[in-house]
Design a protein around this ligand. Structure first.
Ligand SMILES: [Zn+2]
Length: 149
Protein backbone atom coordinates (compact mmCIF):
# COMPACT_ATOMS: atom_id res chain seq x y z
CA UNK A 1 0.00 0.00 0.00
CA UNK A 2 1.38 3.36 -1.02
CA UNK A 3 2.17 5.90 1.70
CA UNK A 4 1.18 9.39 0.62
CA UNK A 5 3.03 12.54 1.60
CA UNK A 6 1.33 15.77 2.65
CA UNK A 7 2.39 17.31 -0.69
CA UNK A 8 0.60 14.55 -2.59
CA UNK A 9 -2.75 15.12 -0.90
CA UNK A 10 -2.69 18.91 -0.94
CA UNK A 11 -4.18 19.49 -4.39
CA UNK A 12 -7.88 20.15 -3.83
CA UNK A 13 -10.09 20.78 -6.89
CA UNK A 14 -13.42 21.81 -5.40
CA UNK A 15 -14.34 25.13 -7.04
CA UNK A 16 -17.83 25.09 -5.58
CA UNK A 17 -17.41 23.45 -2.19
CA UNK A 18 -13.93 24.75 -1.38
CA UNK A 19 -11.38 23.37 1.07
CA UNK A 20 -13.43 23.43 4.26
CA UNK A 21 -15.72 20.71 5.60
CA UNK A 22 -18.28 21.06 8.38
CA UNK A 23 -16.70 20.29 11.73
CA UNK A 24 -19.63 18.05 12.53
CA UNK A 25 -18.50 15.72 9.70
CA UNK A 26 -15.04 15.50 11.24
CA UNK A 27 -16.60 14.69 14.61
CA UNK A 28 -18.92 12.05 13.13
CA UNK A 29 -15.94 10.28 11.57
CA UNK A 30 -13.66 10.81 14.55
CA UNK A 31 -15.93 10.34 17.57
CA UNK A 32 -18.59 8.01 16.18
CA UNK A 33 -17.02 6.22 13.18
CA UNK A 34 -13.56 5.42 14.51
CA UNK A 35 -14.74 4.52 18.01
CA UNK A 36 -17.40 2.27 16.51
CA UNK A 37 -14.86 0.30 14.47
CA UNK A 38 -11.85 0.32 16.79
CA UNK A 39 -13.62 0.31 20.16
CA UNK A 40 -11.29 0.41 23.16
CA UNK A 41 -8.21 0.54 20.94
CA UNK A 42 -9.34 3.77 19.24
CA UNK A 43 -7.52 5.99 21.76
CA UNK A 44 -4.12 4.39 21.22
CA UNK A 45 -4.64 4.25 17.44
CA UNK A 46 -5.65 7.90 17.22
CA UNK A 47 -2.70 8.93 19.39
CA UNK A 48 -0.26 7.03 17.14
CA UNK A 49 -1.91 8.52 14.07
CA UNK A 50 -1.70 12.04 15.51
CA UNK A 51 1.93 11.56 16.45
CA UNK A 52 2.84 10.31 12.98
CA UNK A 53 1.06 13.29 11.41
CA UNK A 54 2.65 15.73 13.90
CA UNK A 55 6.07 14.35 12.96
CA UNK A 56 5.29 14.67 9.25
CA UNK A 57 4.09 18.28 9.60
CA UNK A 58 7.02 19.14 11.85
CA UNK A 59 8.04 22.43 13.46
CA UNK A 60 11.40 24.11 13.98
CA UNK A 61 10.52 26.13 17.06
CA UNK A 62 7.71 26.83 19.52
CA UNK A 63 6.21 29.62 17.43
CA UNK A 64 5.98 27.36 14.38
CA UNK A 65 4.48 24.61 16.54
CA UNK A 66 1.76 26.96 17.80
CA UNK A 67 1.17 28.42 14.33
CA UNK A 68 0.69 24.96 12.76
CA UNK A 69 -1.81 23.84 15.42
CA UNK A 70 -3.78 27.02 14.82
CA UNK A 71 -3.48 27.03 10.99
CA UNK A 72 -4.78 23.45 10.83
CA UNK A 73 -7.58 24.54 13.16
CA UNK A 74 -6.82 21.76 15.62
CA UNK A 75 -7.32 24.46 18.25
CA UNK A 76 -5.77 27.55 19.79
CA UNK A 77 -2.75 26.44 21.84
CA UNK A 78 -1.15 28.04 24.89
CA UNK A 79 2.16 26.39 25.64
CA UNK A 80 3.89 26.61 29.02
CA UNK A 81 7.38 25.22 29.48
CA UNK A 82 7.57 23.92 33.06
CA UNK A 83 11.19 22.69 32.98
CA UNK A 84 13.52 21.07 30.44
CA UNK A 85 11.47 17.86 30.30
CA UNK A 86 7.93 19.01 31.02
CA UNK A 87 5.53 21.10 28.96
CA UNK A 88 1.85 21.86 29.51
CA UNK A 89 -0.28 22.64 26.48
CA UNK A 90 -3.71 24.17 26.91
CA UNK A 91 -5.84 23.84 23.78
CA UNK A 92 -8.77 26.19 23.38
CA UNK A 93 -11.50 25.54 20.79
CA UNK A 94 -10.31 21.92 20.43
CA UNK A 95 -11.40 20.37 17.12
CA UNK A 96 -12.74 17.27 18.86
CA UNK A 97 -14.20 18.32 22.21
CA UNK A 98 -14.93 22.08 22.29
CA UNK A 99 -18.57 22.42 23.34
CA UNK A 100 -18.88 18.75 24.26
CA UNK A 101 -21.20 17.70 27.09
CA UNK A 102 -19.88 16.17 30.31
CA UNK A 103 -19.30 12.45 29.76
CA UNK A 104 -16.57 11.74 32.30
CA UNK A 105 -14.12 10.38 29.71
CA UNK A 106 -11.44 12.16 27.69
CA UNK A 107 -10.85 11.24 24.07
CA UNK A 108 -8.71 13.92 22.40
CA UNK A 109 -6.07 11.32 21.61
CA UNK A 110 -5.38 12.50 18.08
CA UNK A 111 -4.77 16.06 19.29
CA UNK A 112 -2.56 14.72 22.07
CA UNK A 113 -0.53 12.81 19.46
CA UNK A 114 -0.26 15.79 17.10
CA UNK A 115 1.08 17.93 19.95
CA UNK A 116 3.61 15.24 20.94
CA UNK A 117 4.67 14.77 17.31
CA UNK A 118 5.24 18.48 16.75
CA UNK A 119 7.12 18.94 20.05
CA UNK A 120 9.39 16.00 19.20
CA UNK A 121 10.52 17.91 16.14
CA UNK A 122 10.98 21.19 18.05
CA UNK A 123 13.07 19.65 20.87
CA UNK A 124 14.62 16.75 18.90
CA UNK A 125 13.66 14.42 21.76
CA UNK A 126 10.90 11.85 22.15
CA UNK A 127 7.66 13.15 23.60
CA UNK A 128 4.78 11.52 25.41
CA UNK A 129 1.59 13.53 25.83
CA UNK A 130 -1.16 12.75 28.34
CA UNK A 131 -4.50 14.51 28.28
CA UNK A 132 -5.47 15.91 31.68
CA UNK A 133 -8.46 18.16 30.91
CA UNK A 134 -11.26 18.30 28.38
CA UNK A 135 -14.70 19.76 27.80
CA UNK A 136 -16.00 16.22 28.34
CA UNK A 137 -14.79 16.23 31.96
CA UNK A 138 -16.06 19.69 32.80
CA UNK A 139 -13.49 22.22 31.55
CA UNK A 140 -13.85 24.77 28.76
CA UNK A 141 -10.50 23.88 27.22
CA UNK A 142 -8.32 20.82 26.71
CA UNK A 143 -5.00 20.28 28.46
CA UNK A 144 -2.07 17.98 27.80
CA UNK A 145 0.99 17.24 29.91
CA UNK A 146 3.96 16.47 27.70
CA UNK A 147 7.05 14.64 28.91
CA UNK A 148 10.21 14.98 26.81
CA UNK A 149 12.67 12.12 27.16
ZN1 LIG B 1 -10.17 18.30 23.12
Amino acid sequence: MKEYSIEEIKNIARPTLGEEVPLVLFRVLRIIGIRNILGESSGATLYMMGKHVGNMIGANDMKECKDKIRELKVGIPEIEIIDEDNIVVKLFECITCAGFMYTGEMFCDMESGIIAGLLEKVFKKRAKSTQTKSWSVGYNYCEFEVLLY
